[in-house]
Design a protein around this ligand. Structure first.
Ligand code: IPM
Ligand code: MG
Length: 355
């Protein structure tokens, strides 16, 4: 059977942004085959499930997964199609594929200084950095219950890590740090949580195998402050599932928008799923106005990590930089009317820049 990429466009802006991204994929990697499947509310509508069996079969035969976004409008969350849609789709996919490593790069675009909350001189001092988030453990996947105790509801979510879970991401983090600046910041809440104390111990033990890397620890509350006060200090940051979720959203705001951030998730065998870090933006659906950058950059990550095609990945990034440098922007990051381009218009520019 010919190898293929499983494409899961999902809901909201997912399908239109994916259609546009695949135009670029066909140009930079014409030999790859893409097979589309259903996920999220779109899957629920057809099958009554957010992550149906046929989608599991599709991804099981794939070389990689390119994911869009899932979820419905805020005022329709009570409808079965949208109830728990994100958790039922995204968390189920992560569990099914045993994705335990999540890579979220934070990239500063010189052309986009104006959309950042940072002052210009601080923005200029920032270096690109990477957040590595553990994705398969912690409070996300520990035991959960809601029970009645003493005549009132009590809800529990257990935050749990075992040594091998932490070791797996620790090795990834040290290896990545070794390829970059030999600096690793590990984020935890070891002054309060036992799961964080174990996390810190395993990070320290792993550090012995990578003497060239300088490991420092930041408590998560302090890290939140440091991200805003001194973002230039970060190069590789590693965090557990919940803290990684929170600090990656915070970090995405530094270059200006969560809508610019791609992400890659891997399992221990190196299988990858690639997706924008942002959501399905239901209010923008069908308007051809959404920013396709995060999806496009997720494609670049896929070409680089699952297909070892660094050249194609860097061509995409250069084409994006060129379009931005020339002043073209989708509405979310434009500051005047004259710069505005549509989703498909931005992709036309990318295709043009690739030639
Ligand atoms: C993310 C998202 C998900 C998470 C949600 C939608 C389940 O916020 O990928 O960061 O919490 O992991
Ligand atoms: Mg999140």
């Amino acid at each position: 059977m010919k190898p293929y990429v499983a494409v899961l466009p999902g809901d909201g802006i997912g399908p239109e942004v994916m259609t546009q991204t695949l135009r670029v994929a066909q140009k930079v990697a014409p030999d790859l085959t893409f097979k589309t499947g259903l996920i999220g509310g779109a899957a629920f509508k057809e099958t009554g499930q957010h992550f149906p069996k046929q989608t599991a079969t599709l991804i099981d035969g794939a070389e990689a997964v390119l994911f869009g976004s899932v979820g419905g409008p805020v005022d329709q969350q009570q409808e079965p199609q949208w109830q728990n849609c994100e958790a039922n789709s995204i968390l189920a996919l992560r569990k099914h594929l045993q994705l335990n490593i999540n890579l979220r790069p934070v990239h500063f675009y010189p052309a986009l200084t104006h959309i950042s909350p940072l002052k210009n001189e601080r923005y200029a001092a920032c270096n690109d950095f990477v957040i590595l988030r553990e994705l398969a453990g912690d409070i996300y996947f520990g035991d959960k219950s809601t029970v009645i105790e003493n005549e009132q509801k009590v809800a529990r979510d257990v935050a749990e890590y075992n040594e091998s879970q932490v070791k797996s991401i620790a090795d990834w983090a040290f290896q990545l740090a070794s390829k970059r600046q030999n600096q690793l910041i590990s984020v935890d809440k070891a002054n309060v949580l036992q799961s964080s104390q174990l996390w810190r111990q395993v990070m320290e033990q792993t550090a012995h195998n990578y003497p060239q890397v300088k490991l420092t620890h930041q408590l998560v509350d302090n890290c939140a402050m440091q991200l805003i006060l001194k973002p230039e200090q970060f190069d590789v940051v590693v965090a557990g599932n919940l803290f990684g979720d929170i600090i990656s959203d915070a970090a995405s705001a530094l270059p200006g928008s969560l809508g610019l951030m791609p992400s890659a998730s891997f399992n221990p065998q190196g299988f990858g799923l690639y997706e924008p870090a942002g959501g399905s933006a239901p209010e923008l659906t069908g308007k051809n106005t959404a920013n396709p950058m995060a999806q496009l950059l997720s494609l670049a990550l896929m070409l680089e990590h699952s297909f070892q095609r660094e050249k194609a990945a860097s061509q995409i990034r250069l084409a994006i930089n060129k379009a931005l440098g020339e002043g073209y922007r989708t509405a979310d990051i434009a500051c005047h009317e004259s710069q505005k381009t549509t989703t498909s218009g931005f992709i036309d520019l990318i295709l043009h820049n690739l030639t």
